[in-house]
Design a protein around this ligand. Sequence first.
Ligand code: NAG
Ligand code: NAG
Ligand code: NAG
Ligand code: NAG
Ligand code: NAG
Ligand code: NAG
Ligand code: NAG
Length: 521
Amino acid sequence: MIRKLLVPSLLAISTFAASADDWRNRSIYQLVTDRFATPDGSSPACDTSNRKYCGGTWKGVVNKLDYIQNMGFDAIWISPIVANVESTTAYGEAFHGYWTEDINSLNSHFGSGDDLKALSSALHDRQMYLMVDVVVNHMAATSDPPNYSSFEPFSAQADFHSECFITDYNNQTDVEQCWLGDKNLPLADLNTEDDNIVNTMNTWITTLVNNYTVDGVRIDTVKHIRKDFWPNFAKSAGVFTIGEVLDNATTYVSAYTQVIDSVLDYPTWFALTSAFQTPQGNLSALAAIVQQAQSSYKNGEFMTGSFLENHDQPRFQSLTQDQALVKNAMTWPFVQDGVPILYYGQEQAYAGGADPANREALWLSGYVEDKPLVTHVKTLNAARKAAISANSNFLTSPVKFLSAEGTTVAVSKAPMLALLTNGGNSSTPSWSIPAAGYQANEELVDILTCTKINADGNGGVSVQGTSGQPQVIMPTSALSKSGTLCANVATGGQASGAPALSPVPTGAALALAFIIANLFG
Ligand SMILES: *[C@@H]1O[C@H](CO)[C@@H](O)[C@H](O)[C@H]1NC(C)=O
Ligand SMILES: *[C@@H]1O[C@H](CO)[C@@H](O)[C@H](O)[C@H]1NC(C)=O
Ligand SMILES: *[C@@H]1O[C@H](CO)[C@@H](O)[C@H](O)[C@H]1NC(C)=O
Ligand SMILES: *[C@@H]1O[C@H](CO)[C@@H](O)[C@H](O)[C@H]1NC(C)=O
Ligand SMILES: *[C@@H]1O[C@H](CO)[C@@H](O)[C@H](O)[C@H]1NC(C)=O
Ligand SMILES: *[C@@H]1O[C@H](CO)[C@@H](O)[C@H](O)[C@H]1NC(C)=O
Ligand SMILES: *[C@@H]1O[C@H](CO)[C@@H](O)[C@H](O)[C@H]1NC(C)=O
């Protein structure tokens, strides 16, 4: 899709506006801007329990794009960019970016408008996408009642619902019209039933997306605004929209898939973390939730955000230290229908518990790349890309549960067969899948170890694992001899280990093409 912008010279300039379809084959790295990278590469101390700014900036992100791209990600999601409350509140400083005070200014802790534009162009130069996090539901106050004149542009009490803190999450009116936060830090709830507020927000998101050439918008606290607010907001954004609807029930979340492009798939997240946390986790319950999501979400689970960690939840390694369980759980987002999202630091085995402990500074890891989980993520991204290249229907074929019993589960998304287990590091799992969908005796490989196996005479797969490790099976013909993924056993021709990127015209080249098309077309 091409977006036209009017510039003062009245020439039509065009840039890409990335649609949901354009995001379907991506893989996203989520980062907390303040905690990802410093602009000068320094490594200051950062005690998460202090809840203070630690020094990460947009310039810092630009300098570390190699690190992200080397793992195979082709999009990043950054924390909210607008100006937040500046004082130290009862809950520390607004380093995470979710305490908006002024939607028309940027958070200067993260850099200038030019720095953000530079990040956007650095990403586009690499054919990567930029997703920006936005908060529409509320503004943050440091006193109760709020000093409304400190807000920009909503500086009157009448711009907000009257103050009441949410008490009953089963009462949707309460959820939408009462306030998040508490008396120490009220999150004043905007009156999003008011046409002026609605128009201001819609114009704002159009401008923000255009100002910084944003490719996608992650929307905070979506369930706290009436559903019919969202379609026009999403349309005004003009790019892919993905919303946070924090609930464990697909029946609740599915309604929101009707009003924005996509949701972060929280129901699956609840089932996933519970299923792989211990050998007692329920893998059938994971299957049940995924199947409910596939049948009740507007676009199935395609284009939902699929994640194991984020900035709001305890990291998985604070729930279990067993690396076999960790590897299995981390595999899931890459072998299913949605867009995989990895929360920064997971690849470095960060283990922070609930907020604020889960927002560690990444520079303290030294960005070391030869670590087991960095390799794991790199392999999984490469495998997903190879599967996308090998099967043009990969991204539109729902993942199928071939079995889910006891401590093992097998899911198929041709040409990929993921064999997962929650048995833990001392278990010896085995999977016997009579109808795995391969050709008789087809040559296969577990891309996590590059071990070759063969399908049986009916295309089935029977394997025994070691130490509770997951396996991700693909035909050797789906892998490229010149690629990075098990090249020693690959028999395919096409490069598939490296991201298959087609050159994207730059803004200027496109503008020129557009002018030429307008002159001669
Ligand atoms: C309220 O905010 C305005 C604008 O920032 C400021 O000028 C004023 O001093 C504040 N009032 C109080 C009571 O803090
Ligand atoms: C639901 O919440 C609204 C807003 O707080 C309140 O006015 C209403 O009485 C509640 N309804 C029920 C049934 O509790
Ligand atoms: C967009 O850029 C203009 C010009 O720099 C600026 O005045 C405006 O505040 C920006 N708006 C947003 C939402 O970023
Ligand atoms: C969701 O959570 C609630 C409250 O903890 C629980 O009662 C319910 O069984 C859960 N539902 C699902 C679908 O997991
Ligand atoms: C596991 O989940 C399935 C599907 O939701 C359910 O039928 C079964 O009772 C659960 N098993 C246990 C042990 O809780
Ligand atoms: C298995 O994981 C547990 C929990 O982290 C750990 O204590 C143990 O050393 C691990 N065992 C092996 C064989 O890796
Ligand atoms: C994603 O799909 C588009 C076509 O929709 C294609 O141009 C692009 O190369 C693909 N990107 C990746 C990373 O596979």
